[in-house]
Design a protein. Structure first.
Length: 318
């Protein structure tokens, strides 16, 4: 059963653990010398310790159904280049969203029927690098103009039918002409399995066909479909601005182990002897937490093919 603790109470308990030890028979002063910034490092040390504890207790994986939708491409423009001889170009488009690759620097402006600018987007990329852009087309836009002062090249410009965007309001989740995106937990630490029904029956897919980018999962367009993701999450993290009465929910044994893990992390740079003793104490408590069935779960690095991830030359026929 979990107990409710507070951020301020845990901070006090961690420094109490640090102060319980002695160094060479003398009391250990946690605020002496270079250890004076321990207070500032407390929250980051706590977040790291909670990740360790979470994995040690063998938390159950989460499951989420995700849908990678590929909207219909209703308009596709040829590539074009703006240079010193041509500073701007008007490109036709249709409502919905658009994506394109570009290199150079410039602007993309949308205008309404009164020729008023209703949105302007900066396009900036390092010289020689190809960047990808994707945006919603403003509802009242009737003209779209690319412009540049230094040079801009645009390729693979596509407009997507808005009916295929499934009510999406996040531009980061729009298709970019190569990959499809779908929202997922921002705390995903590891995807352990992916099941889909693209063909008859339920089928498991290699996890490395899918990529986690922040709070989004993505895959190549050819894998459009609905899948069930099974994944582990990082535990809730804390911020420096959180008030002292912010709640921390941990079982008594997990709480005690976390105290030693945080304390060890705080003194690692300044006091190797103290760090070693705290680490041994943490591992001793961890031995009582670590479930045996976790030993049977393969690390994802060794799953799915020879020498870890599927070899690059292997073609998955999805």
């Amino acid at each position: 059963m979990n107990n409710i603790h507070t951020l301020g109470g845990m901070r006090a308990d961690v420094f109490r653990v640090l102060d319980e030890y002695s160094r060479n028979g003398e009391n250990h002063d946690i605020f002496s010398g270079g250890t004076g910034d321990m207070e500032n490092r407390f929250v980051s040390a706590l977040n790291g310790a909670l990740c360790l504890i979470d994995r040690a207790v063998g938390s159950e994986p989460k499951r989420k159904n995700v849908c990678f939708s590929r909207p219909e491409v209703i308009f596709e423009a040829c590539s074009f280049v703006l240079s010193d001889g041509q500073k701007s170009i008007e490109v036709p488009f249709l409502c919905g969203s658009l994506s394109f690759d570009f290199t150079g620097c410039g602007k993309l402006a949308f205008f309404d029927a009164q020729n008023e600018k209703i949105r302007e987007i900066d396009l900036a990329g390092d010289f020689g690098n190809i960047e990808t852009a994707k945006f919603f087309v403003p509802q009242d836009a009737v003209r779209m103009v690319f412009s540049t002062d230094t040079g801009l090249a645009v390729e693979k410009l596509k407009c997507y039918d808005k009916s295929g965007l499934l009510g999406n309001t996040d531009e980061k989740a729009l298709p970019d002409g190569k990959k499809l995106f779908c929202a997922i937990s921002p705390r995903v630490s590891e995807v352990v399995s992916v099941f889909g029904t693209k063909y008859s029956g339920k089928r498991e897919y290699p996890c490395d066909l899918f990529e986690i980018r922040g709070s989004l999962a993505c895959c190549d367009e050819k894998y459009a479909g609905t899948y069930t993701f099974e994944y582990f999450e990082y535990p809730e993290s804390f911020d420096e601005s959180d008030p002292p009465d912010t709640e921390i929910c941990l079982s008594p044994l997990c709480y005690e182990a976390a105290l030693y893990a945080v304390a060890a992390a705080l003194c690692e740079r300044e006091d190797g002897e103290l760090y070693t003793r705290l680490t041994y104490k943490y591992r001793e408590m961890l031995a009582n937490l670590y479930p045996k069935n976790n030993l049977k779960r393969k690390n994802s690095f060794f799953a799915g093919g020879i020498f870890g991830r599927r070899r690059r030359g292997y073609l998955f026929r999805g």
